[in-house]
Design a protein around this ligand. Structure first.
Ligand SMILES: Cc1ncc(COP(=O)(O)O)c(C=O)c1O
Length: 400
């Protein structure tokens, strides 16, 4: 029997593939330190868990309107105001089954077949495939490490001059680099988008996981930006709720309504029980609960910033947000004649350390380490990597 061409044209998420291989090795009794996961290693805060349980007990177990319950949309509007300084009405917000579906459904609404979508590399692994699945054409604009993994003003102007872009995907702070867009660069982007009637899909899922003096700025805050921006967010990272599958988008009403229409046919409505938990999560200030997680991330980030550059062949930029490091390792690859995927497979096989190759993010020669892992695991992993890479001139594999 025949199936369509689409599954063959998209790739399985490499982060998931490596996490799965690590899990399989563990099941076989091998010790694995997983630095490949893209989810916080913290439980969903107790009050939010309780709200989920209460939702079941109180009968939040039926269908809801496609765009979500009105009070949950209102809670999302309050969170956007309180946590991001953005003003949206409940009717401009659609609750979704996670940020990933929010991105896909937005692309379905904004793109006609063949429309071009600008994506900056390094990019979150799923963007190009989501664009393909929505019949769009990704235009990949590579950034440079020396520019902090951000495009320059000139690069932006050039790519807008060369391509008729329907849409730009922005991810600030970025997975995998942690780079955050400064307001001046956002202003340039918004001006270019206004001139060309280009939409901005602004994935702000790491907007509450920031370090140092970094401030989160949304293109919707930039003058002229609100009418061309779709703000995408979710509960997975900021509230440790990856499995609840809940996100939302805020956009001009006609986009929100169109997304809700598509959602009504694709999934019906986002999980009603999770909407009950989201009412608590988004409706109240949970910065205190988040503080514990942020303090841990801060300590781990500090540790990695101290230790990773001491590994010969590693180059590193400090992430402004999110919970990843994205070191360059090209000198080590050259020494071994490997590519970054080979490096990660060897690190998993030889050391039992799971990492993600930069090529998964459209940026070979790098690796991504998630610091959503305990300090003990991070220390052990860095020690192993340091000892292992020292042998690259020759010698054997370090033992635990
Ligand atoms: C940049 C980015 N956007 C979206 C997502 C997906 O989030 P959700 O769990 O809300 O679908 C992730 C998850 O890793 C991510 O890193």
């Amino acid at each position: 029997m025949r199936i369509s061409n689409l599954p063959g044209q998209i790739s399985e998420s490499k982060t998931l593939a490596i996490t799965a291989l690590a899990a399989r090795m563990r099941a076989e009794g091998r010790e694995v330190i997983s630095l490949s996961a893209g989810e916080p290693d913290f439980a969903t805060p107790a009050v939010i868990r309780q709200a989920g349980i209460r939702a079941i007990e109180e009968g939040w177990t039926r269908y809801t309107p496609a765009a979500g319950k009105p009070e949950v949309r209102q809670a999302a509007a309050e969170s956007l105001q309180r946590d991001f300084g953005l003003q949206y009405k409940a009717e401009e917000i659609c609750i979704t089954a996670g940020t990933k579906p929010a991105i896909y459904q937005s692309l379905l609404v904004l793109l006609n077949p063949g429309d071009k979508v600008l994506i900056f590399a390094p990019y979150w692994v799923s963007y190009p495939d989501l664009v393909h699945m929505a019949s769009g054409v990704p235009v990949i604009q590579k950034t440079e490490e020396k520019n902090g993994f951000l495009p320059t003003k000139e690069e932006l102007e050039k790519v807008f001059a060369e391509h008729d872009l329907r849409c730009v995907i922005l991810n600030s702070p970025c997975n995998p680099t942690g780079a955050a867009w400064p307001p001046e660069l956002l202003e340039t982007l918004v001006q270019l988008c206004l001139a060309k009637e280009t939409w901005i899909l602004s994935d702000e899922i790491y907007g509450q996981i920031l370090y140092g003096n970094t401030l989160h700025v949304s293109p919707a805050e930039i003058r002229g930006g609100r009418k061309l921006t779709v703000v995408l967010n979710g509960l997975s990272k900021a509230y440790s709720m990856t499995g609840w599958r809940l996100g939302y988008l805020a956009a001009p009403k006609e986009v929100t309504q169109a997304v809700a229409k598509i959602q009504s046919q694709m999934i019906g409505n986002p999980c009603t029980i999770s909407q009950g938990a989201a009412l608590e999560a988004l409706g109240k200030d949970h910065s205190k609960e988040r503080g514990e997680m942020l303090a841990a991330f801060q300590e781990r980030r500090r540790f990695l910033l101290d230790r990773l550059p001491s590994i010969e062949g590693f180059s590193l930029r400090a992430p402004a947000g999110a919970f990843y490091m994205f070191p360059g390792i090209q000198p080590l690859l050259d020494r071994k004649g490997w590519d970054d995927e080979g490096f990660c497979m060897e690190a998993l096989e030889e050391l039992g350390v799971a990492l993600v190759p930069g090529s998964a993010f459209g940026f070979p020669g790098h690796i991504r380490l998630s610091f959503a892992a305990s300090m003990e695991d991070l220390k052990m992993a860095v020690d192993l990597l340091q000892a292992w890479t020292r042998t690259f001139g020759g010698g054997g594999t370090p033992k635990r």
